[in-house]
Design a protein. Structure first.
Lengths: 1138, 344
């Protein structure tokens, strides 16, 4: 037996089953899964290589090399190597830990056991040792860790059900069919390994995740380049200065310091000086910047992981920051793209209400006076009498049960229909309990409802359905199954009950079904329509329910025609559709069901709050338009107050364009009556319209479906779409493919320059999660794909609010503060060298002691700023949640941008001036208290260093708005550390051991005991800090930001009472919409009637409905075509050659 | 839920204040009262200190005599390095109109001498100066070894360029007989320099200890013969040498040379009268267009401070006060404006 598969490199792969020797000739990859990067031996070289590929590290390596050239070296080598080694070690440790965990998870997967047929014996083998061509026996509920070809199974017709949760996150079972030739082979699942290890579909699809960077990162790169430019400018100025100085002054100074012959040229001296100053001034871009940022982000990530308010106890899932490099981006989100199913909704359908024969049953919302007589309405009904009842089912209206007890025939018929007209499969588990295998949760809800009210669907064969009706088993003969499809929007069954009556039961979209009703239903129709709009208004998914009594003769004629039609080759589908239409008429309306596509908890509030924060939420869903709109209304994204809801559903490019144009005209028409801005060029138009956008008042919504989107995403209409969409308050894209989801995200991302976030739970969201700036996965589901691709994951949509408004906002706020301070600090620290250059003949003499330069950034000043970057809070988390407007500065990029950078730079330059010139003035012609000279270089260095440490500490103290114990310890500790290190390095002992390394002996003792030096330090501090305080105070007084005001208010009413929560009220709108719900794929009807999916113990009876072999294979093909959205489809096996 | 309670317990994040970001903390807020009173206090303080500093700086008596031009012939002689063995002296008479009360210090002051050049400042060997390893001249370029490879002691550019003028102050009590004003050489160095940083090699005889080394090229005498009168003041422990070796931060600097020994006529300080400096002019400054001077000065509580610090304090204090008043005015004006909360 040979298998082959088309692949980009391999044209085909020919494998001999169970022949390891033969297969080994091809050197296929083994089945070991490697996600880890290093092993013990390769760690050091590979990791170092990777690290030095980073620009910053390479730059510092370059500096280190420069420092080793004696002519240039202006700093000793340790000033660079100590921080560099520290930074590299920290990164290496982090990488090593990450990789260790990857090793662990790899081993776990690789060491799972499988049963492999080796030497005609089944042997236990680890999955990692499975080879291409091995025949594997799988049992129920086993993990599969390779791509396999199904040879045979214990199920009839070689069917097997697989769950692809780890692949695509879908937990429903998928049917796979063995080749008919091999299906007879064995009784157990046995499969042939086709692709192993790195060749498997999963590994192939996992792809290289794009390395995401935050906008701050990008800004930082630009700024760092600018700083380099600035550095070079300073270097050039100083080099020119040096050349001139050497020419004018230095020349005559040679007696005391003669030059070697080759260095006599003053231009050459300037050239050397340039490099020397590059080395000295390199601290403007401190090496610790990047590592500090990583530490801060890591801290923020841990806060996300630790947050109990984002922990979902239902699934015991904490939130998880899977990427630790994007946190501050969470504070800048402008667009959120959300999946629907499983993200906004729970993917749980609950039977909420029904209308039977004009009477409404179900939970009644408060405030509807006429129906408040329901007893104990907040208590769910007790179904314990019914032993078969599903315990999880809850219904709050006792009247329905009473009606059942009273024997209302319409109610019986209603429930009977629910128990008969569906595609559910039943199964008994080991405890003897009835389990339903549903392929659409809507149906499951309906069948379960019928079950709890006493109409228990027990089992089915291809042509019977057994229902336990209030205790008695009744078997219906299934005469025909009129399957669901998208056009029909309904499904029907025709059954014969034991009394011999033939009935057609139908359920479907109200709009469709109501046209098929018998005219006598008119009164009931109006009543039911009212009920339906009430249901729809509450965001429920509705179905209309109807039946028809058929007489024997009519049915037989019809059935004959159906059989004829079935054998036709041409126009078969059309004929069958026509026949279905024919019989589904004159229906008698029974009522309607309302199933709640349960929104996740807090979705409405979250969406309202995020909208207040100016975050636009787009729903991208694979669902149908109706379902999507329904959910839009349910979570208040669409309301009746909206001025207009544009629906784009054209099928051709022209139609789409026209629809977009109309929508736009409409939009502008209502805002500016006369506009002829359409002639301008596209780009200008975009700009123009972005101005217009601000002026557009009123709420609009756009709903666009996948077909139209495909056309709209073409380049020429793209801008129109984007423009329109961005002006709408709500955008819903329905029936979109995973690729389109990603395209929409990319569109906004690229053309709007906005920060995007995509949130989803399933495999179909992976592409969008990967292409958005930030991807969020809903975890706690069985599927992992979305979570694995995501940057952040949590269990409930509502945690998005906290993630963005609290964690994101804080992260952004902290990171911006951190960066501002860091640049300020380093400018202040470094630029004194520049000023000093003018007084030391531009000789690249540093102002500070070399040790101080080494330790300043990594020891003396690193921890306070880190503590601020990790812990600072301007307002509390509660306030952040209560005032979503606080989020806006992040979106507008206000806290750290180029302007802010220049402010920081100016601040730093000012401080460096104060730091240098106050001591300079004070040291001129000065003498110590005992007359000794204290204007020596070393005293000056110590004075400046001490002033600097004190000034930047005072500055960080001012910047820190949230003083925790840690901040206290770090700030005071840093100053204490500075002094203790200073005393140590200036001590006699250490000088005695390393006289050349620590020449500052005795300096502290002499200079720092002088009153005038302390006066200098004090004045420097005051002069540096006073202007900052003035500016901050005036800013706060003249144009306070919202957070300033909240803080002031907080302070004012500190102990009065907590701020009242300003949660927006959730409103329910009510409007007439068709909320019909069918979430399943067509084709299952055929599966049922063919009996393919039924156990052999219910042998298919030979009847007229049995399909030929030809038909059954065609069914498989059909089925494959229809399951296009599943990642691993059977279609790949279609290429199997026999 | 109950059956997974154990598992969920393990995944539930700790409820610690740190992990929930609920650490008790002081929220720093710039309040009007705080800032304004702070500014007021700072202003008062700075003005006070400034005025005190200015007054004390004014009380300092200082006399400075530049002698490069006065001793022009000597300066010219020194411009040619080959005249190093020719002695040149120069006498500068001056009149002290007021008594200099208390301790009087004599400094030499150099203009335009760059002791802070990178290569200059590094050109020394601390381990040699500690007396532990005389041969350690590695860091002394370009004055580490003589032409024949003998290590120089003390090596390096700083040592080589030592200020080697001798300045003697004479007091003409009666117009005829000048009295040499008694000066102390002790106490002009930092304690740590003299007892830690600079040490002679351990040996009874310094000349033996320094055997195998040679004197710096610009020196007239080897290091162990710097002071003929006081054998303790030789080698690396010579006070003038130690003072010189403490490199100055800026190209204009003054270094302590001698201090007044308050005996005989001078118990109260330097009385007013006629004085003269007798200078043995050795140190060439005209080569680099520098100047040198000799300074006599008294001190105050804050040492020999200059006016700058006092002025700077006064200005800062004034600015702070100005800011205080304007901020208060602005704050009072804006007190009743609309805010986010009042808008609602």
């Amino acid at each position: 037996m040979f298998c082959s598969k088309k692949k980009s490199l391999e044209v085909e792969r020919i494998v001999k089953a169970n022949d390891r020797e033969y297969n080994e000739k091809f050197q296929y990859a083994d089945n070991r899964i490697h996600t880890s990067k290093y092993n013990i031996l390769t760690f050091l070289p590979i990791n170092l290589f990777e690290q030095f590929q980073r620009v910053a590290n390479a730059y510092f390596l370059f500096l280190l090399i420069l420092q080793l050239i004696p002519e240039i070296s202006s700093l000793t080598w340790f000033t660079t190597i100590v921080p560099l080694v520290l930074v590299i070690t920290m990164t290496a440790v982090k990488d090593a830990t990450d990789d260790y965990f990857r090793h662990k998870s790899d081993n776990q997967v690789n060491n799972r056991l499988s049963e492999v047929l080796i030497d005609s014996k089944l042997q236990n083998e680890k999955w990692m040792n499975v080879k291409v061509g091995d025949v594997i026996k799988l049992e129920n509920n086993q993990f599969v860790a390779a791509d396999l070809l199904l040879l045979s199974s214990s199920e009839p017709h070689g069917l097997c059900y697989i769950e692809t949760a780890e692949l695509d996150g879908e937990t429903n079972l998928k049917v796979r069919h063995a080749l008919s030739v091999t299906s007879e082979l064995g009784a157990d699942f046995s499969r042939l390994a086709k692709f192993d290890g790195p060749d498997t579909k999963l590994m192939q699809n996992s792809g290289k995740t794009k390395f995401k960077r935050t906008s701050i990162d990008k800004l930082l790169n630009t700024l760092v380049l600018w700083i380099f430019g600035f550095l070079v400018c300073l270097g050039i100025i100083l080099a020119i200065g040096n050349s001139i100085w050497e020419n004018q002054v230095g020349d005559q100074f040679r007696t005391f310091l003669f030059w070697n012959e080759r260095e006599k040229n003053s231009v050459f001296s300037g050239f050397l000086t340039f490099w020397s100053y590059i080395i000295i001034l390199n601290t403007v871009v401190p090496i610790s910047l990047y590592v500090s940022m990583e530490v801060i982000r890591l801290g923020h990530s841990y806060f996300i992981n630790w947050d109990r308010k984002m922990y979902y106890s239902g699934k015991s899932t904490p939130a998880e920051a899977r990427t630790t490099t994007l946190n501050e981006e969470l504070g800048q989100i402008e667009y959120v793209f959300s999946d629907k199913t499983g993200t906004l909704t729970q993917n749980i359908m609950t039977f909420k209400k029904c209308s039977i024969n004009g009477k409404i049953y179900g939970e009644v919302p408060e405030g509807m006076g006429q129906k408040t007589d329901i007893p104990k309405k907040n208590e769910p009904m007790d179904f314990s009498v019914n032993l078969q009842a599903d315990r999880t089912f809850q219904f709050f209206d006792h009247r329905l049960m009473e009606s059942v007890k009273l024997g209302d025939s319409k109610v019986y018929e209603f429930l009977r229909l629910l128990a008969l007209c569906h595609t559910v499969m039943s199964e008994e588990n080991s405890a003897g309990q009835l389990i339903y295998q549903v392929q659409s949760p809507d149906e499951g809800a309906l069948v379960t409802a019928a079950r709890n009210f006493g109409f228990i669907f027990k089992s089915r064969t291809p042509d019977t359905i057994t229902v336990e009706e209030l205790g008695t088993l009744v078997t219906y003969q299934l005469l025909a199954f009129l399957d669901f499809n998208n056009i029909r929007k309904r499904m029907s069954v025709i059954v014969r009950n034991p009394e011999g009556q033939i009935k057609l039961y139908s359920k479907g979209a109200d709009t469709i079904l109501f046209e098929k009703l018998h005219p006598s239903n008119e009164d009931l129709l109006t009543l039911t329509t009212d009920h339906l709009s009430e249901f729809a208004g509450e965001g429920l998914r509705t179905l209309a329910i109807a039946y028809r009594d058929l007489d024997d003769k009519y049915f037989k004629e019809w059935h004959k025609m159906l059989e004829d039609a079935n054998t036709l080759k041409d126009e078969r589908d059309e004929r069958i559709a026509g026949l279905y239409e024919e019989i589904e008429r004159d229906l008698m309306l029974l009522g309607a069901t309302a199933v709640e596509d349960k929104l996740q908890e807090g979705v409405t509030e979250t969406i309202a709050s995020l909208s207040l924060a100016n975050i636009k939420i787009w729903v991208l869903t694979g669902d149908k338009q109706e379902t999507a709109i329904n959910i839009g209304y349910a979570c208040n994204m669409l309301t009746d107050d909206m001025n207009d809801v544009f629906i784009v559903a054209g099928n051709t490019a022209v139609e789409v364009r026209e629809e977009l144009r109309k929508a736009k005209e409409n939009l502008f028409g209502q805002n500016r009556s006369s506009s002829n801005g359409h002639v301008v060029f596209e780009k200008q138009q975009l700009e123009l319209d972005s101005v217009v956008e601000e002026t557009i008042t009123g709420d609009y919504a756009l709903i666009i479906n996948g077909h139209s989107l495909a056309h709209a995403l073409e380049s020429d209409v793209k801008n129109d779409l984007l423009e329109l969409a961005c002006m709408c308050k709500t955008v819903v894209c329905c029936r979109v493919t995973p690729l389109q989801k990603a395209q929409v995200v990319e569109l906004v991302r690229n053309y709007r320059n906005a920060v995007t976030l995509a949130i989803g739970d399933g495999a179909n969201d992976v592409s969008m999660i990967k292409s958005a700036h930030i991807g969020v996965g809903i975890s706690g589901q069985e599927g992992l794909q979305a979570v694995l691709a995501s940057d952040y994951s949590f269990a409930q949509f509502r945690y998005l609010q906290r993630l963005l408004l609290v964690h994101g906002r804080w992260s952004y706020f902290r990171m911006c503060k951190f960066l501002g301070y860091f640049f300020y600090k380093n400018f202040a620290f470094t630029l004194v060298h520049f000023w000093f250059g003018f007084f030391c003949g531009f000789s690249a003499q540093t102002v500070y002691d070399q040790w101080f330069i080494t330790l300043f950034n990594i020891v003396y000043t690193s921890l306070p700023v880190l503590a601020m970057g990790i812990f600072d809070q301007d307002v509390s988390d509660q306030n952040s949640m209560d005032y979503p407007q606080l989020y806006k500065p992040g979106q507008l990029n206000l806290l750290f941008n180029k302007r802010q950078f220049f402010i920081c730079m100016a601040h730093g330059i000012y401080t460096s001036l104060a730091l240098f010139f106050i001591p300079y003035g004070a040291f001129y012609n000065v003498a110590g208290e005992d007359g000794q000279h204290i204007a020596d270089y070393q005293s000056f260095a110590v004075t400046m260093a001490t002033s600097l440490v004190i000034v930047v500490s005072v500055q960080i103290a001012l910047d820190t708005s949230y003083w925790t114990v840690i901040n206290h310890v770090f700030i005071w500790g840093s100053i204490a550390t500075y002094f203790s290190i200073l005393f140590t390095m200036h001590s006699n002992g250490i000088f005695g051991i390393f006289p050349n390394q620590f020449p500052f002996v005795g300096n502290v003792r002499h200079s720092l005991t002088q009153k005038c030096i302390w006066l200098v330090i004090l004045l420097t501090t005051v002069a540096s800090v006073v202007p900052v305080v003035i500016v901050r105070f005036l800013k706060m007084d003249l144009c306070p930001t919202l957070s300033d005001q909240i803080r002031q208010r907080q302070k004012a009413q500190k102990k009065a009472r907590p701020l009242r929560s300003r949660r927006p009220q959730t409103r329910r709108s009510s409007s007439r919409r068709s909320g019909y719900a069918f979430a399943h794929q067509e084709g299952y009807g055929e599966l049922i009637t063919s009996g393919k999916n039924m156990r052999a113990k219910n042998p298919p009876l030979t009847s007229g409905l049995e399909k030929t072999l030809y038909n059954s294979t065609s069914w498989i093909e059909n089925f494959c075509k229809k399951t296009t959205d599943t990642v691993s489809c059977f279609s790949q096996d279609k290429t199997v050659k026999l | 839920m109950k059956r997974t309670s154990e598992e969920s317990q393990s995944r539930l994040p700790d409820n610690s204040a740190l992990k929930q970001q609920q650490l008790p903390a002081y929220r720093l807020q710039l309040t009007a009262t705080g800032v304004l009173s702070g500014f007021f206090a700072t202003g008062v303080f700075c003005l006070g200190v400034g005025i005190i500093l200015i007054l004390s700086a004014k009380s300092i008596k200082e006399i400075e005599i530049k002698y490069t031009k006065i001793c022009g012939n000597c300066a010219k002689l020194r411009e040619d390095a080959t005249n190093f063995d020719k002695e040149c002296t120069c006498s500068i008479p001056f009149y002290l109109s007021e008594t200099m009360q208390g301790n009087v210090y004599m400094y030499y002051k150099l203009y335009g001498f760059y002791q802070n050049l990178y290569r200059y400042i590094l050109s020394r060997s601390n381990s040699q100066l500690m007396g532990t390893d005389l041969k350690d001249v590695g860091t002394c370029a370009p004055f580490s070894r003589s032409h024949d490879g003998t290590p120089i002691a003390p090596c390096g550019a700083i040592a080589n360029s030592i200020f080697n003028d001798t300045i003697i102050l004479s007091y003409n009590l009666n117009s005829s007989i000048p009295i040499e004003v008694p000066m102390l050489r002790s106490g002009i160095t930092w304690w740590t320099d003299k007892y830690v940083k600079f040490q002679n090699p351990r040996s009874k005889n310094l000349s033996i200890a320094f055997a195998g080394t040679t004197k710096p090229p610009s020196w007239a005498k080897p290091v162990y013969e710097l002071d003929q009168e006081d054998p303790e003041n030789n080698g690396f422990l010579n006070d003038d040498f130690i003072v010189w070796m403490r490199a100055a931060a800026f190209p204009t600097f003054k270094k302590l040379y001698r201090r007044l020994n308050r005996i005989q006529y001078f118990t109260e300080g330097l009385p007013a009268g006629n004085y003269s400096f007798n200078i043995t002019y050795n140190f060439p400054v005209t080569r680099f267009r520098g100047e040198k001077s000799v300074v006599l000065s008294t001190l105050t509580w804050s040492g020999g401070s200059n006016l700058f610090l006092g002025l700077a304090y006064t200005v800062t204090g004034a600015v702070t006060w100005l800011a205080f008043f304007s901020m208060m005015a602005i704050h009072l004006m804006l007190k009743d404006r609309k805010m986010f909360f009042t808008q609602q």
